[in-house]
Design a protein around this ligand. Sequence first.
Ligand SMILES: [Fe+2]
Length: 189
Amino acid sequence: MSTVTKGISMFVLAILILALLVMIVLGFMLGFTHPLPWILIAVLVAIPWIHDKIVSRRFVKWDSAMSVGNAEIDKDHKKLLSMINQLQTAAHYKTDADEIGEIMDELVAYTRYHFEREENLMQQHHYAGFNAHKQQHEAMIKQVAKFYDEYRVDQTRTIESVAQFLKTWLVNHIYGSDQEYAPLLKDKK
Ligand SMILES: [Fe+2]
């Protein structure tokens, strides 16, 4: 979400809260026993909860079906998913490019570290699909670097689209290609 869009949505939210407050005051003029102001109060109280629900729907959660049966790799995958969620939260709530840059750098560094660990294990245990899998990792790193370079040059581009790409790619990769090596690398160190 760009800064302008973020500003507009906060403005709309503020107007909505203000309108509800006015309607509640006017509603009480109908009498304290009238249900309308109480219903409006309930709506007002529910706004932060609804907002949190909408925001959290964007987050990706670990699912046991994602497990590849290897504790170290599962741990890496969980950490990567939580880092992507952290990036999305930062992109949603903060506009500080330096802070977003730090999270992004950590995420890319950890992704590289994880890919290396996975590739070493595959090689060590002579995984037949090693080359194709390594190519997928390399293409992903290249794509993220390209997106991130574009963001650095032009920050009106949203970091959320980078986070979205990372999330979709990683989830599809864990459910797809990573499951193909799972029987071979199960419980391997
Ligand atoms: Fe992988």
